[in-house]
Write a protein that binds this ligand. Structure first.
Ligand code: AMP
Ligand code: FES
Ligand code: ZN
Ligand code: ZN
Length: 318
């Protein structure tokens, strides 16, 4: 297989684009694609204050690298969840984020959950669910809450995450299986700021496959946390990703087209009569002041205030 641009040996063949590229041309191509998504979906400009949620994994660190390359100034935020799982998961992930930030002279904010709220994610899960459930829903809720809070209180106008196409397709697939209308309507490359102070959230890697991001990190020599979160093993999101990969291997481009056709359908008005039912009811949480559609305290503050009332349904929010 040869690079379509220069004829050198290809490093990657992207069947869905009928495009094989050598390392050099691939490393040009990825930032071009990201820049296109930033423009196409009106994500942000160079003048805005940007905060990237960095997990220490390949997607968010590669995104940081790409944005630097494109000339954006972006600070990082690492949320220390206190997950050990026998592999020192959170501490090692933080180390990768730190090293990257130091090497590139970047600002990394670190929010330590135990320090801030008195308990790690596994401790909080054990207390609120008495150990019966995996921490993933508690963790997801906490991450969303903390990301918004830090972004808003520090004056960042846009929050970026490293969600790639595989993540987005799996979330969409999960939400479609259960037809969670309000999440489906809101899913997309950009979640606009709402009046109650939630900043804009964007996913610049939403059109790039996970394997492309892995290839990018490898070819750029980015050191990243390769282990998955120990609690993610056996999770539905991983199961959906595997299913979609099976589909992709028989029909290249299936994942991309699933996601892009959804965005197109949305633009064509498929959901236009489905009002975002959250929008109507949004009010600031009396405790943390973050927007919520729940009556009274937001889900995050409720979790700390009255553990037994914590809802056990896990929905994959955009
Ligand atoms: P995940 O939910 O693990 O698939 O991660 C999706 C995105 O959320 C990552 O690309 C990061 O942008 C962000 N993220 C995940 N975990 C953390 C963390 N501990 N601290 C900061 N950002 C995170
Ligand atoms: Fe949150 Fe695994 S990263 S439970
Ligand atoms: Zn080439
Ligand atoms: Zn709250």
């Amino acid at each position: 297989m040869h690079c379509v641009k220069c004829g050198e040996k290809a490093a990657i063949n992207m069947r869905q684009h009928k495009l094989a590229l050598c390392p050099h041309h691939f490393l040009d191509w990825i930032p071009e694609q990201v820049e296109r998504s930033i423009k196409r979906y009106h994500m942000f400009t160079k003048e805005e204050r940007l905060l990237l949620a960095v997990s220490g994994g390949k997607d968010s660190l590669s995104l940081w690298d790409i944005l630097l390359h494109l000339g954006y100034t972006v600070d990082g935020l690492y949320i220390e969840l206190g997950i050990d799982g026998g592999i020192d998961y959170s501490a090692r992930s933080l180390e990768y984020a730190r090293v990257f930030a130091q090497e590139h002279n970047l600002n990394l904010l670190v929010q330590d959950i135990r320090h801030e709220y008195g308990e790690t994610i596994p401790e909080l899960t054990a207390r609120t669910h008495r150990g019966r459930y995996k921490p993933c829903s508690v963790c997801g809720l906490t991450k969303r809450h903390v990301m918004n809070q830090i972004a808003v209180t520090n004056g960042y106008t846009v929050l970026l995450t490293g969600h790639n196409l595989d993540d987005e397709a799996a979330i969409l697939f999960g939400n479609t299986l259960s037809w969670v209308g309000s999440y489906i309507v809101r899913q997309g490359p950009v979640l606009e700021a709402d009046r109650t102070g939630l900043g804009r959230k964007v996913k610049p890697l939403c059109r790039l496959y996970e394997r492309e991001m892995a290839a990018y990190a490898l070819l750029r020599g980015i050191a990243y946390m390769e282990d998955e979160c120990p609690f993610a093993v056996g999770s539905t999101s991983i199961y959906y990703k595997e299913l979609l990969n099976k589909l992709e291997s028989d029909r290249s481009g299936a994942k991309l087209s699933f996601y892009l056709s959804f965005l197109q359908a949305k633009r064509n008005g498929l959901f236009s009569d489905k009002v975002d039912d959250r929008a109507e009811q949004i009010h600031p949480c009396p405790k943390c002041e973050q927007p919520t559609s729940a009556p009274g305290l937001c889900a995050f503050c409720r979790m700390f205030a009255n553990p037994d009332e914590q809802s056990q349904s896990l929905q994959l929010e955009p």
